[in-house]
Design a protein around this ligand. Sequence first.
Ligand code: GTP
Ligand code: MG
Length: 456
Amino acid sequence: MFDETIAAIATPLGQGGLAIIRISGDKALAIADSLFAPGGKSKSQLAKAKSHTLHYGHIVRDERRLDEVMVSVMKAPATFTREDIVEISCHGGIRSTKAVLDAVLDGGARLALPGEFTKRAFLHGRIDLTQAEAVADLIHARTDLALSAANEQLAGKLSQRINQLRDDLMHVLAHVEAHIDFPDEDIEPDTMNGLVAKLENAGRFIDELLATANEGQLIRRGIRVAIIGRPNAGKSSLLNQLLGRDRAIVSAVAGTTRDTISEEAQIRGIAVVFVDTAGLQESDDAIEREGIRRSRESLGQADIVLHVLDASEPLTLDDETYLAEFADNPRILVLNKSDLPNQLGQAEASGSPSVSVSCLDGQGVEALKDAIRNRVWDGEITSEMLEVMINSRHQEALRRAGASLQTAREQLRAGTPLDLVAVDLRIGTDAVGEIVGRTTTEDLLDSIFSTFCIGK
Ligand SMILES: Nc1nc2c(ncn2[C@@H]2O[C@H](COP(=O)(O)OP(=O)(O)OP(=O)(O)O)[C@@H](O)[C@H]2O)c(=O)[nH]1
Ligand SMILES: [Mg+2]
């Protein structure tokens, strides 16, 4: 299918214990043999070796040893790309790894594009498109939940459901198309009811899948949480508490934090980027103004706002301004300094949950973590949920499919000519097929695989 043999360094660039150079394609074995001097007792060529075997030796170029290596030989078709694959494990130095890669490229391989190994695995039918995406999700997973979801998708849990859906739709389409050829024959009422029921089931199923989109985004991408409040309320102290380490400078001087500070933590299984801000008050100072601009910017990107109030003091005008300003944001009021006598009373803010904490001794911080988690996702995260977590590409395709299938269903009921019904049915079926990659375009594949790393 592909003429070119591709190669890339599959491990991160840098100094490490090992680095792996991956070669895939018809010439993989020949190229490796042209560079490989077997060591130890074995003198046999890699091309003659059994599949899935490991070989010790040296990479030699112009009679100069570049590196002492282990070479794995994996012959088509039982490989990741379904092509011959050779993987050279070198010492993980930047220079030596580059030298081995250069030798492989000069030997006739081409440098692989991002995700090109996985793309070949897809184009050769080894995995479908949702599984290819799961490979990227797996690499990028930042939490255990994201990892589990990626593993389920890689195992084909989502594919199975999508393929079943597509089969059902193909069945309806085949019926409808068969009757287009015999316009004198009406579809029997019973059959017609059966077809409409199938489309109704498909619509319900699509809605169920669509309902997992938010969770999917949340698990894969995590959320951003901005910490705001007037100077000295304890924003930086709260950041440090949530991270469990001393990240931001805390002091009794108002206006300590002038830049925005973002750090990621895992909160109840969700990746959360916390952004400590510099406050929002008017200022004449140029640096402070820039800090305020950045605070506003991070507020715009935040999924949740943590509004910190100093509960040891009565509510100030600034507090009230911010309370009013962020009334429409998903927010949690953090009543800080609970170790001191309360002067604030219960902060009034309709609909916003509030949590009392002390950043001095950590009291209430665990309850705040629960509140953050519940603000974005109230309910259990079950293992069934992790099995299907659609991403935004799947969501978009399912929406299109849902709309076309609904039209087709209404037309079918209304007795619209079947050739018209078939058009919408086909659009819907194709949209479902896009998810697993039965129907694709080069643009779609490019947009998916370009997000991969080189060597994957
Ligand atoms: N007693 C008590 N003091 C606290 C608590 N949290 C913070 N403080 C103190 O409040 C002062 C301000 O804390 P910061 O965390 O620097 O407050 P901030 O909101 O980041 O302040 P700016 O960066 O200046 O806007 C420091 O002296 C902290 O030690 C708390 O829960 N209890
Ligand atoms: Mg601060």
